[in-house]
Design a protein around this ligand. Structure first.
Ligand code: CP
Ligand code: NVA
Length: 317
């Protein structure tokens, strides 16, 4: 049984296939109804808010011919203390896949270990792999030859540099570090002291067979030098609301201003997973820059996640 809990759950040749399928699904959208998930129900169990992830998965399951079932954690017994394991066992008797957004990363691992259906990580405190695959695909659409295959989409990322600014210890930073290792990209991160990537992330890199691949600096201008992509995320991730005041004070030097963006390569793209807080992690001017591709990222969630679900549904191992 194949799951998608972290970036490295697909090998590079499988990533190439996912990208090729995403491009194909994007080109064909609206012209035919998919049947890959016909007669299937995929449940979404969400413990946190969501706009893009929820809607793109619900629409995506529907477009592949299946039925999405949204379950707020607090509306099911999981929210009242039924075990993660029993929830996985029971839902495996009813539905064909689980899409899970939660706090503890171990919760998606336990659901995957206890059930008999594919589990997709739709964001944990540790990783957000659906977003990183989508972001990488969004870049590959721009960098790869127009009619190249999946291999050329993946190869177009190799050697490119991404600069990640702000909360350099959050799920998006972690996922980009692991993604950069998988895609052969360079990554520099810049945030306040104390927000260096965690020992847990270093252990995951090692476990997945990668050397420590990132550069961390407290100087944002150093990080964006020669960058092909400037990326940021909110300073206060879901679950960190109590630290809001302190985080805003600590992270304000890392706001992506027009000056900071101009210090990257002249053809660099600006990216943000959204939702954005203009005036905090990024200035409105940068969000509106012609090289800001934030809404293409948002749209591509649909196409890439459809490709991920189709790949998992087809896997019989
Ligand atoms: N980028 C992202 O995951 O957005 P949502 O929280 O709206 O799903
Ligand atoms: N780091 C953010 C990402 C939101 C898509 C959070 O976890 O809230």
């Amino acid at each position: 049984m194949k799951h998608f809990l972290k970036e490295t759950d697909f090998k590079p040749h499988e990533v190439a296939e996912v990208f090729a399928l995403a491009r194909d699904l994007k080109a064909r959208r609206g012209r035919e109804t998919g049947t890959v998930l016909q007669h299937q129900t995929w449940a979404l169990i969400f413990s946190k808010s969501s706009t893009r992830t929820r809607v793109s998965f619900e629409v995506g399951v529907h477009e592949l011919g299946g039925n999405p079932l949204f379950l707020n954690k607090n509306d099911i017994q999981l929210g009242r203390g039924e075990s993660v394991e029993d929830t996985a066992r029971v839902l495996s008797r009813f539905v064909h896949g689980l899409i899970v957004r939660t706090y503890e990363h171990s919760e998606v691992e336990r659901l995957a270990a206890s059930g008999t259906i594919p589990v997709i990580n739709a964001l944990t405190d540790f990783l957000h792999p659906c977003q990183i695959y989508t972001d990488a695909f969004t870049l590959a659409e721009r960098w790869a030859p127009k009619n190249g295959d999946g291999g050329s989409l993946l190869a177009s990322l190799k050697g490119r540099k991404i600069a990640f600014l702000g909360d350099t210890a959050c799920n998006m930073a972690n996922s980009w570090i692991l993604g950069a290792a998988l895609f052969g990209m360079k990554i520099s991160l810049s945030g306040p002291k104390g927000f260096e990537p965690s020992a847990e992330l270093d252990a995951l890199l090692k476990q997945e067979g990668f050397a420590k691949n990132y550069h961390f600096t407290t100087d944002p201008f150093e990080a964006v030098k020669d960058a092909d992509v400037v990326y940021t995320d909110v300073w206060v991730s879901m679950g960190k609301e109590e630290e809001t005041k302190q985080r805003i004070a600590q992270m304000s030097p890392y706001s992506v201003t027009p000056e900071l963006f101009a210090a990257a390569r002249s053809d660099a793209w600006f990216m943000h997973c959204l939702p954005a807080h203009p005036g905090e992690e990024v200035c409105q001017e940068v969000l509106d820059n012609p090289r800001s591709i934030i809404f293409d990222q948002a749209e591509n969630r649909l196409h890439v996640q459809k490709a991920i679900m189709a790949t998992l549904a087809a896997d019989r191992s």
